[in-house]
Design a binder for this molecule. Sequence first.
Ligand code: C2E
Ligand code: MG
Ligand code: MG
Length: 711
Amino acid sequence: MQEQQIGTAEYNIIFDHQNEILKMMALEYDETIILDKLCLIQEEIAENVIGSILLYNDSGETLSVLAIPTVSDSYRLSAEQQFDTIEHFAASLDMNACFSLPIRKDSDDVIGFFVLLSSKQCQVNEFQKLLLQTGATSAGILQNRLKLENAFNTSQQRLSLMDTMFDNLGEGIIITNEKFAIVEVNAAFEKISGYREMEIIGFDPKIFSSERQDDAFFERLWSELKYSGQWRGEIWNKRKSGETYPQWMSITDIKDAQGRTTNYLCVFSDISDIRESQEKLIYMAYHDPLTGLANRTKLFDMLDHIFKRSQRIEQSGSLLFLDLNRFKNLNDTFGHAIGDIILIHVANRLREVMRSSDTIARFGGDEFVLLLEDMNDHDAVLAIAKKIRDALKEPFEFNKHRFSINGSIGIARYPQDGNDSIVLLKYADTAMYQAKLESDHICFYQSSMTEKLHKSLMFENDMHSAVKNGEFEIFYQPKLDAKTLVVTGAEALVRWNHPYRGRVYPSEFIGMAEEMDMISELDSWVLQKALEDLRIWNKMGGSHLSLSVNVSGRDINRKGIEHLLSIIEAYPELKPQLIFEMTETFLVQSVDEAVRLLERLKKTGVKLAMDDFGTGYSSLSYLKRFKMDSIKIDRSLTRDVVTNPEDREIVKAIVALGRNLNLEVVAEGIEEMEQLEIIQECGCDELQGFYFDKALSFEAFSEKYVRGDDA
Ligand code: C2E
Ligand code: MG
Ligand code: MG
């Protein structure tokens, strides 16, 4: 079956034909002429079909042909014959295919069939079906009228016959007098509009007006009606409930023999379903289904519009390119359903923060583009960008998880940065990449960035091959006993010896490796290499040394710990010396899962340290649940203990806490004598920092702290 949407054009055709038939009925055309017309209408619409109407004979068992206008009269005359079935009828005309719809009396009893015949396979689409249905209804009404007419031939009955006809039609009908006072409506009208006939008789149909159309619309309507005797089109009216809805309407001017208007006949369909599906299609074409924000198409439309306009008048504004930091991670860790919820949440926060006149578009994945028209003042735009960034940061809870979203925002402004939508988007995107590297995560576009961006992208590419090419190297920073200042171990810190950029520090690539899903590869490499180094140190007499290795909590969340376990198993004798350092930020995102994994890790005999303590949640309960062995006080606290008494109190409190929970407390980042003294006073167990030594190459560390000890 051929699918065809029934749209306004199709309704138009149906209305046209229906009007014609109604007029013929009203003018009391001969029944055979009207029935022939019904058949001819079908033949006009569908190619190579023959329309015909068959009625049951009084016995109700056989069918006789009532109308078949295109087949010669001789056939019609000889067709006094009767048929048992439609198929017999079709066969008598050498037709191979037929499609039929029943003709009903009073919408119940089947009194005959409207039949389309074809010599080929008969394809009937939705529109033809509807047309056939209206034809069958008309034929049914006509038969009804005839039967009743034969019984009582008075004008009074005829009037009630018109009622029957009206009430059998699916379209609403309103008849007014020449002064636009409603004189009659049909049942379909009542059903569609919600008004009862008696409520609106005598009123002007203006009472249905929705005020969606302006005066000019009605002026056009009346002039067309006056000029051509008919108006047809879409109009929005109000139901009794107050709800407005679209109608496809035809108004016909009915004149008497002298050419004076006596009535207006208005026939309409409720096309809200069609409109709704059309609107839905339009909506879908321009919106992101997940968040309901504008999509790329809409954004580009808006931009095109602006920059076309701006050739005439001076336009200004800004484009903000927002990218959620590490969204990919959240998605991988918690699953796409949570990822979707986060995106919806972000969309809602953006809606709250932005003006209603701003365009908020989801550009793709976790990227959003915000268009601020008439706003390009540096400080004003910066204030908005900050507002957005802070609104996203505001934690929100879902399923007992707390999420806090960090976004990076790149800003390009017009006209100063450019006057072309593609170029501006590119610039905003470039600035966004730069924003990711900056502490406040907001960055305005500058022409110097294009080159820089190019480099950073290369950098990302380089990383894929870096492990394979042996470009990573581990440096070891000594850890000392706080009382004796004897070296007790080392922390493995990775460096990247980039072929062009030279030595690159973790702050520049760990985040990227996490985002690129390469962190477990990197961490595995570090662990493996560090254990190999430790084995050598042990042989050199360094078996009293502990070895701390950093692992990404994000990695644990996402990949589990299998990769770590399989490596440790190859170095069973080193397990008691090994300490895994991790930050709590990612562990707390799925606490139960993390607890389970860390328990397994601990069972192997390694120790766990909470890194960067004092910067994140620093929650006591987490420390206990994660079964940590030690905490490392973040160097931001150590740094200020000399000048800031508050930080000193915090350090003291952390030490006390550690004592209570039976945890070792390590202070990192000690750079000066004064810091050392205060930290010692606070009662920390172990120390680390440039004051003692920076991270050293394997050889340098071996030389200085392993062999030295041995000696
Ligand atoms: P972290 O684990 O907190 O490591 C301590 C960082 O502080 C190291 O920086 C170290 O060089 C630095 N540091 C040590 N003493 C001082 C000091 O007295 N003053 C100052 N200002 N800094 C000091 P680095 O090596 O740049 O590492 C940064 C972070 O990168 C580490 O922080 C760790 O979270 C991460 N990281 C390093 N190596 C790895 C690794 O192999 N895997 C993973 N996942 N992360 C790593
Ligand atoms: Mg560390
Ligand atoms: Mg640290």
